[in-house]
Every structure is written in structure tokens, then in C-alpha cells.
Design a protein around this ligand. Structure first.
Ligand SMILES: C[S@@+](CC[C@H](N)C(=O)[O-])C[C@H]1O[C@@H](n2cnc3c(N)ncnc32)[C@H](O)[C@@H]1O
Length: 248
């Protein structure tokens, strides 16, 4: 609790006013990730492997942009920093703990950008809705990684759209725009995201499965696996919540 409060307080002055409301959920994620280190290890190493395989496919390795870099748990940032001239990390919030770690590791070619990647403000404001268009301004872009972000974009947007008459249709647009935006980039791309979750009891009984992609088709997959986001004992002794993850 004390470490969480310190991380929160240290992140506050480093974060623009617009993004301060998101510090709390980033700190909560940080605390949960620390509690679930062993349950999440396989998922994190599979995500890193998918990202490094995409890096291997790049003909040039000048700039890589990582969308949803978050806590850098599933992003092989040391390797990317060695392989690419510039590494750009994009998220709503970059916690003080993450910034401090980058400083200690002396990763001098890493840049941080705060940005809402959902594009929901533009969609609701009837402005041009192209949330990944900013990537066209990135010089020498060779790889874009979406790192366990897309489901979270959907969850955040769903929260904001609660009670909206066209919630379902808008959510489909938000998810679709990310997938479409990645497809249009003139660079290698790597999309890793959880696509659904299932509540499972101790005897293996499956209680409820929820689609996190609003029915979007993500195309051909390179790999898929399960991620116990909420293992037994985290929220309940009797249930775990298993997310299904794809890499494309
Ligand atoms: C499951 S975490 C990703 C984990 C991260 N790749 C890591 O290695 O720790 C999801 C991340 O997406 C970010 N996020 C959620 N909604 C976002 C949005 N609309 N725009 C930008 N980032 C967002 C969160 O702040 C969080 O860091």
C-alpha cells in the first residue's frame, strides 16, 4: 500500500493534467502484476517472443513504436533498445517506477509519449476518427507493436460509453479502427491482445465467456495462449479468470 501511494505521488507531477485520472488504474495494474508475477510469467514471455519475432522480420531497424507499453512487463524493451535506433513508448500514463527503471538502465534511445489511443474523443466529437494516424508522422518507422492494449481500449471506452444509446456500435468502431489502423501502417506490425475471458471454477467448470473484441475479426494468427489475469486466490478462492490471448 505504501509503495503504491509513493508510486502514485511520484507519477502525479510527471503526468499531464489530462492523463492524471489514469494514474490510479496504472498503479493498480502495477500492484496486481507484482502479486501475480508467477501466474503471468508465461504470458509475458510469449508476448516478448512475439514482439522479438516481429523485430526479426524487419528489414531495417530504425524506429519502433510500442502502443500500450504500460509497465514494460511484456515488452522486451532492453532488446528493442539494442536492436533499434529509437524506441517510442506510448501509453496513457508512464509510471514513475517505469521512468525510474528506464533511467537506471540508461536506455537513452527510449522516448515516452502520453496519448489516448482509443480516439474516442474524436469519434464522439464527430471529428475525423483515425486514432493511429499520428504514426504517419513518425520518421523511419519500421515496427509498430500493440502490446496487450486493445482489450483495455475497449474496456475503457465501454466505461465511458455506459448508458450511451449506440454503445455497441461505437465500441465496434473503436476496436475496428485500431485493427484497421495497424493494417494500414507501411511498416511491420505486431498485435498482441487478449480477445476474450472465461470465468472458471476449481473443477474446471466454465461459467461465462466474454468477447473483448466486439466480434472484430483479427485475421490470421501467429500464436495463441491463455493468460490467468485473475488466478485462484486473487479475487476468489473458488474462481479464476482466464483470458485468451492472440498474437498476429
Ligand atoms: C494490460 S496493460 C499492457 C501491459 C504492458 N504492455 C506491459 O508490458 O506492462 C494495458 C495498457 O494499456 C494502457 N491503455 C489502456 N487504454 C489506453 C488508451 N485508450 N490509450 C493508451 N493506452 C491505454 C494502460 O494504461 C495499460 O498500460
Amino acid at each position: 500500500m505504501i509503495l503504491e501511494a509513493l508510486n502514485y505521488a511520484a507519477t502525479w507531477p510527471l503526468t499531464s493534467a489530462e492523463y492524471r485520472p489514469f494514474i490510479r488504474s496504472s498503479v493498480n495494474l502495477w500492484a496486481r502484476a507484482n502479486r501475480c508475477t508467477s501466474a503471468w510469467a508465461d504470458h509475458e514471455s510469449r508476448t516478448k517472443a512475439a514482439i522479438l519475432a516481429a523485430a526479426e522480420r524487419c528489414r531495417h531497424r530504425r524506429t519502433v513504436v510500442v502502443l500500450g507499453s504500460g509497465l514494460l512487463r511484456d515488452v522486451p524493451v532492453m532488446e528493442l533498445s539494442r536492436l533499434f535506433d529509437t524506441v517510442v513508448l506510448v501509453d496513457l500514463v508512464h509510471l514513475a517506477s517505469v521512468r525510474g527503471w528506464l533511467t537506471v538502465k540508461r536506455l537513452k534511445n527510449v522516448r515516452l509519449i502520453e496519448r489516448d489511443l482509443s480516439g474516442l474523443d474524436a469519434l464522439l466529437g464527430a471529428e475525423p476518427f483515425e486514432p493511429l494516424a499520428f504514426l504517419r508522422q513518425v520518421p523511419y518507422l519500421d515496427l509498430v507493436v500493440s502490446a496487450n492494449l486493445l482489450s483495455q481500449i475497449g474496456i475503457g471506452a465501454a466505461r465511458r460509453l455506459d448508458g450511451h444509446a449506440h454503445k455497441g456500435a461505437l465500441l465496434r468502431q473503436v476496436i475496428g479502427a485500431h485493427v484497421e489502423g495497424l493494417a494500414q501502417i507501411a511498416a511491420e506490425t505486431c498485435l498482441v491482445t487478449d480477445v476474450s475471458y472465461t470465468v472458471i471454477d476449481r473443477s474446471g467448470g466454465r461459467h461465462e465467456t466474454v468477447d473483448l473484441m466486439q466480434g472484430a475479426d483479427l485475421g490470421d494468427l501467429r500464436a495463441e495462449w491463455d493468460w490467468p489475469v485473475i488466478p485462484f486466490g486473487e479475487e476468489s478462492r473458488d474462481y479464476q479468470i482466464l483470458h485468451h490471448v492472440i498474437a498476429r
